[in-house]
Design a protein around this ligand. Sequence first.
Ligand SMILES: *Cc1c(COP(=O)(O)O)cnc(C)c1O
Length: 386
Amino acid sequence: MVYLDNNATTPVDPAVAEKMSNFLKEHFGNPSTLYPIGRQVKEMITEAREMVAKALGAGRTEIVFTGSGTEADNFAIRGVLDAFPEKNEVIISAIEHPAIIETAHYLEKKGVKITYIPVDKYGTIYLDFLKDAITPQTALISIMQANNEIGTIQPIEEVCKVAKARGILVHTDAVQSFGKIDVSVNKLGVDLLSISAHKIYGPKGVGALYIRKGTNIWPLIYGGHQEREMRAGTENTVGIIGLGEAVRVLRERGDRDKKQVERLAEKLKKGIEDNIPRVKFNGHEKNRIKGTLNFAFLGLEAEAVLLALATKGIYVSTGSACSEGAEDVSHVLSAIGLKPEVARSCIRMSLGRFNTEEDIDLVLKELPEIVEKLREISGLEIDEED
Ligand SMILES: *Cc1c(COP(=O)(O)O)cnc(C)c1O
């Protein structure tokens, strides 16, 4: 199997699997209890929290564990709006993950004004537009650090400078950037930042929200006193242990994943561009998480390419896994100006820690033939400009 869908989810690192399975066998205590088997689990959660905090350059008390990256995103936006009842405007980018976009749609139905910052053809937000969009009613700006479909990295430091000058809180969805580029919260200047374990070789169903000390935010979930009363419910202990270990492994590996992924992705990109006619690369050439490659195969239906690759054991995506099966085309590809028929021909290949040279060689052997065959049978013609 050649797995090239690491932006949808990553395989669990063996060290993480081992740590979680040992934990499950040895620890069942509730961390809220006062006797040793509970205290011990509480301590292990604290270690995981410290690990996450260190990776973000944050303090331990600034990390709240959540049930997913999606929950962290919901928490950030809805929690800040709850804390500022006199404000009713939120600014987001047009290319956010559904975890943010759909939260925004929900809030619009509740009367909140959402402003969507447009992006250029590379997927970079227009900062000037952002400056003009801010009003005294703006409660929060939420702009993702790196896009999951095309990989484009946003100028979060600049966003924070603009926001700070106006006294507005900034959240960034760093689910796709964490582990790939620098996410130091103080360097970025953000007040809130979301991460998810299963995008960094950890388990599914656990994430975290960084909340800068002193930030005015209300919980999303009410109940017991867990997570300093910011997220009620008995902790997903094994998940949190897994997230902590995944972060430890990230830190231990340093630049190794990044270098390897970058090299293999560059080889794959060049191979596709040199050997397949009528392809169009989507996203930013440089300012991108380098393992994300999104290509239009002009004249084809992406789904046909995906299925043909799957028969060869090569797994890719037609865009965002969250919009798979949806009728309309990706909002990200529309936002960068692709016509629907071009957007429908786009394939995302996202590399990760466990990809090898052989993986790339196999794709470069199979993909040109698949595209040629499909184009022969489709006979579909398409206008090639942009
Ligand atoms: C995957 C992803 C999410 C959602 O995280 P889950 O843990 O799967 O809920 C949010 N934002 C981005 C950019 C993502 O890639």
